[in-house]
Design a binder for this molecule. Structure first.
Ligand SMILES: NC(=O)c1ccc[n+]([C@@H]2O[C@H](COP(=O)([O-])OP(=O)(O)OC[C@H]3O[C@@H](n4cnc5c(N)ncnc54)[C@H](OP(=O)(O)O)[C@@H]3O)[C@@H](O)[C@H]2O)c1
Length: 241
């Protein structure tokens, strides 16, 4: 049996790296991309005990670099899109809309750019999995900008699943996961948020990237799943604020 070929956009840390690990364990051939060569090399080194990964420097908003990565890899079975910026949070009255514009560019448009190019390279029955966020649906003060950014992607999942069939299109929508994404948030804000989450979430803890990576690996290989958004948020969608 030929090995499946997977490409992860934003695979040099956090959820993308954990997904690479899960796909390697499944026996897939895996390529990871990111903007920073040194971060990619460090991830390649960490992943080497699970298998060999290919790496490529790609900026998801640079369509040509995305195109080159697909051309170099050949036909792909599974594409996972983890890229994002870090802006867009804050109470709506004070929210800087330029930050929201930046977040829409760095996450929504960046993920759509990858998906549009991927649509020409994914094999029939293969998959595209977006990584959105629980903020698309959770009703939490200070997350209107993030809701707009992630909600926009989640709204188009069923449409893409129809248009791009037989390529399958899904999203995984995580709650708070301990990754480098939080390095951009002031430590006091982050620590307070983590503490509240640990106290209020039904599971009484925040998430780790491995559990999201394993879910993505499962969904991408599950040939009967398309047009779906999977929440993995420790039950945050059940908590009223
Ligand atoms: N952590 C959480 O609590 C959480 C919760 C909900 C949703 N999410 C979502 O999960 C996804 C993965 O985030 P993470 O937590 O795993 O963060 P992370 O550790 O910072 O990973 C982000 C990855 O994307 C790459 N990247 C970012 N922008 C890129 C671009 N324009 N082009 C190419 N690569 C790019 C980064 O590498 P370079 O910087 O080197 O490019 C890195 O490999 C994001 O979409 C995030 O919004 C995270």
């Amino acid at each position: 049996m030929t090995r499946k070929n997977a490409m992860i956009f934003g695979g040099s840390s956090g959820i993308g790296e954990a997904t690479a690990r899960a796909l390697l364990v499944q026996g897939q051939q895996v390529s990871i991309t990111g903007r920073d060569r040194a971060k990619l090399s460090a991830a390649e080194q960490r992943l080497s005990e699970y298998g060999q990964v290919r790496t490529a420097v790609v900026h998801a908003l640079d369509r040509d670099s995305v195109q080159r990565a697909f051309e170099a890899s050949g036909p792909v079975d599974h594409v996972v899109i983890c890229v994002s910026g870090g802006k867009g949070a804050g109470l709506f009255r004070e929210l800087n809309l330029n930050d929201v514009r930046d977040a829409l560019e760095q996450k929504t448009i960046a993920q759509l750019t990858v998906a549009q190019v991927a649509a020409g390279h994914v094999r029939e029955g293969g998959s595209i999995t977006f990584v959105t966020a629980a903020s698309a649906r959770s009703v939490v003060r200070g997350t209107a900008g993030l809701a707009a950014v992630n909600g926009a992607i989640e709204a188009l999942i069923p449409v893409l699943a129809l248009e791009l069939a037989p390529i399958r299109v899904n999203a995984v929508s995580p709650g708070i996961i301990e990754t480098r994404w939080w390095d951009g948030v002031p430590a006091t804000t982050r620590d307070a948020l983590f503490e509240t989450a640990r106290a209020t979430l039904p599971v009484r803890r925040i998430g780790v990237p491995e559990e999201v990576g394993e879910l993505i690996a499962t969904i991408s290989s599950a040939g009967f799943i398309t047009g779906s958004v999977y929440e993995i948020d420790g039950g945050s969608h059940l908590v009223t604020q």
